[in-house]
Write a protein that binds this ligand. Structure first.
Ligand SMILES: CN(C)C(=N)NCCC[C@H](N)C(=O)O
Length: 256
């Protein structure tokens, strides 16, 4: 039994040159990052996902954060136009794989910008973060594309944080885990549980009661377990040094 496809992209040899915006730059251990990525892929496989790799892009330091290049919703792949121009060469590799997977492909076009990390899908609602990377035109284009799938798109203002999913994600029951100081929570329709560690608002529901989260969020792992879910914990320290989190390293395509 497979739950669907999990797109991933192995880290570039230039990973350490990845962008940092809201944190101080610190040294990235590439060998450790590669081992952590292997363990991340293994966690997805173990949870029942068929891992499919986008070809590595060594010239793109941030390409491991594959989530930012595509938004997938009910058989539709919206190829993004990342807000950071230096990340746009990541796009063709992702597009090739989603086409091969048989998804319908549409695009965010200039002057629109949209990063997949700014898009959080919860039931029929799609929240889109308005911070540094996604602009109003990008939100409008996404809204038009996802209207074909009956989705409602709601913009959410971000504060000092890179992406919407750096500040809020959803548990399998649709409740949200968030750090309220990082975003305008009045836009959110689902109940919000406040966490007390930044990595705690980054979770990926893997199906059934499984919830993927980072080793740097031990109190949230305990909360998740206390709520009756099963935490799947991975160490992604080298990606966190580049403002990455567990969501950014994959794109889950259920049923594919
Ligand atoms: C939810 N998040 C955080 C993401 N989807 N992406 C992280 C990208 C990090 C990269 N260094 C950058 O600055 O683009």
């Amino acid at each position: 039994m497979t739950r669907g496809i999990a797109l991933v992209r192995r880290p570039s040899g230039r990973l350490a040159e990845g962008l940092v915006t809201h944190i101080e730059r610190s040294d990235v251990d590439l060998a450790l990052a590669r081992r952590q990525h292997e363990a991340y892929r293994a966690a997805l496989t173990e949870a029942g996902w068929q891992v499919r790799e986008v070809a590595p892009a060594d010239h793109c330091p941030d390409s491991v954060f594959v989530e930012d290049t595509v938004v997938v919703c009910e058989g539709l792949a919206v190829i993004t136009r990342p807000g950071a121009p230096q990340r746009r060469p990541e796009i063709p590799g992702t597009e090739k794989v989603v086409r091969e997977a048989g998804l319908e492909v549409v695009r965010i076009e200039a002057p629109g910008t949209l990063d997949g990390g700014d898009v959080l899908q919860v039931d029929g609602t799609v929240y889109v973060g308005r911070g540094g990377r996604t602009n109003g035109e990008g939100v409008t284009q996404l809204r038009n594309h996802l209207a074909t799938r009956g989705r409602t798109v709601i913009p959410v203002a971000l504060r000092e944080v890179l992406h919407l999913k750096s500040a809020v994600t959803a548990l399998p029951d649709g409740t949200l885990l968030a750090l309220p100081e990082l975003l305008d929570t009045t836009a959110l329709r689902q109940p919000v549980r406040t966490v007390d560690e930044e990595a705690g608002c980054h979770v990926v529901p893997l199906g059934d009661d499984l919830v993927l989260l980072a080793a740097s969020a031990p109190r949230t792992a305990a909360l998740v377990a206390d709520l009756g879910f099963t935490p799947v914990v991975v160490d992604i320290s080298e990606y966190e040094k580049l403002e990455g989190c567990v969501t950014c390293l994959s794109v889950l395509i259920p049923g594919a």
